[in-house]
Design a protein around this ligand. Structure first.
Ligand code: ACO
Ligand code: OAA
Length: 379
């Protein structure tokens, strides 16, 4: 047994996976063999979900069946909707609300008490229900907390279009729908990131799929992981409200020892390929709107941080200005990440169940070992 300590499990190989390949030096990302650039341009989110959960891309008939199976399962049970309403009225933090919602979905899922937690067919049915219902719950949560009625899902719209429709009570135009679909594709999987690993750890105890996804939502919420996308936008807003430009602002932030959200990555040593795609999208939205302020701030910050710290933007950096320009409220950026990443979490859990072994690392004990237990009045 090696006694080398790998803080944060950096570089430790713990599984074999056929899902996503990342080359951190080349800035390359591939889902099941297909480059992310091609998927972003050509594939819908539903196609990517199918690809991740099955071994290959669907043909036309398989895709049509899969899309309609999911679309028919978007509606929330009344009891789930009433939990969403309570969470919104209690002003719950969106990621905490989402975590509770995933857990609640289990109570109304007809396969939730399947005797074999690893049963593939039952898990694929659960997977579809969770993935189909999360956008409905998130849109309803957002609408209720802003004082509006939830909007019923429509089965004739695709996953991305339908979410924006339920959020805004308006069918999105093609640019918005395509941009959002592309963002969902880009966030769907990313190897053993922290939230995926947390789903795998949960599944490895032979706990169920809803528990694994609930654990993953909680893990994604943190500011070192998915929570960074909202923090990027908050930073851009801070820059805008300050009386200095973006370069000076970020120089001061670094001097104060702050971490700049949206930069740095455990695996990429170069610019995240997803940030390149989202940066181009942010730019084209800005130019189309005739207001490039948020994009310009982002570019200035990127140039400074890359030059001064040698850190490159990760996926969260340009998703922020992209979503902002689409009119999406800042504090649901991370829940939107979860709405997409649920596909990857589930795919990795299915791989884990398929070849399970309990995940259980160890810590080097550095505390005392032979103390004498003192009576209460002696402490
Ligand atoms: C979807 C995603 O999860 S992508 C990541 C989203 N998270 C963020 O954007 C938050 C900001 N980034 C970070 O905090 C980090 O880069 C992480 C958490 C993503 C990666 O962390 P790690 O691989 O553990 O690197 P670690 O935290 O050890 O940082 C290494 C060094 O770079 C510095 N560093 C890393 N990222 C940043 C940053 N964004 N701003 C300032 N300094 C940074 C650290 O301070 C550290 O410097 P030091 O050695 O002088 O102390
Ligand atoms: O891989 C990681 O550590 C973080 C990340 O980029 C992701 O989850 O998309």
């Amino acid at each position: 047994m090696s006694d080398d300590l790998k803080r944060g499990l950096e570089g430790v190989l713990v599984a074999e996976s056929e899902l996503s390949y990342i080359d951190g030096d080349a800035g390359k990302l591939v889902y099941r063999g297909y480059p992310i650039e091609d998927l972003a341009r050509e594939a819908s989110y539903e196609e990517v979900v199918y690809l991740l959960w099955h071994d290959e891309l669907p043909d036309a008939a398989e895709l049509a069946d899969f899309e309609s199976w999911m679309a028919e399962r978007r509606t929330l049970d009344d009891e789930v909707l009433s939990v969403v309403r309570k969470l919104a009225e209690a002003d719950e933090v969106p990621m905490a609300a989402l975590r509770t919602i995933v857990s609640t979905l289990s109570a109304y899922d007809e396969d939730a008490d399947h005797e074999d937690v690893t049963d593939l067919d039952a898990n694929l049915r659960k997977a579809c229900r969770i993935t189909a219902k999360l956008p409905t719950a998130l849109a309803a949560f957002q609408r209720i907390r802003q004082g509006d009625d939830p909007v019923e899902p429509r089965a004739d719209l695709d996953h991305a279009e339908n979410f924006l429709y339920m959020l805004n009570d308006e069918v999105p135009d093609d640019v918005l729908a395509e941009t959002f679909d592309m963002a969902l594709v880009l966030h769907a999987d990313h190897g053993l990131n922290a939230s995926t690993f947390s789903a795998m750890v949960t599944a490895s105890t032979l706990s169920d799929l809803h528990s694994a996804v609930t654990a993953a939502v909680g893990t994604l919420a943190g500011s070192l992981h998915g929570g960074a996308n909202a923090n990027v936008m908050r930073m851009l807003e801070e820059v805008d409200e300050s009386d200095v430009g973006p370069t000076e602002w970020v120089e001061n932030a670094l001097a104060e020892g702050r971490r700049v959200p949206g930069f740095g990555h455990r695996v990429y040593n170069v610019k995240d390929p997803r940030a390149k795609i989202l940066g181009e999208k942010s730019k084209s939205l800005a130019e189309a709107a005739g207001d490039t302020k948020w994009y310009d701030y982002s570019v200035a910050i990127e140039e400074y941080i890359t030059e001064e710290k040698g850190l490159a933007p990760n996926v969260d950096f340009y998703s922020a200005s992209t979503y902002y320009q689409m009119g999406i409220p800042v504090d649901i950026y991370t829940p939107i990440f979860a709405m997409s990443r649920v596909a990857g979490w589930i795919a990795h859990v299915l791989e884990q169940y398929d070849d399970n072994r309990l995940i259980r690392p160890r810590a080097r004990y550095v505390g005392p070992k032979d103390l004498t237990f003192p009576d209460l009045d002696e402490r």
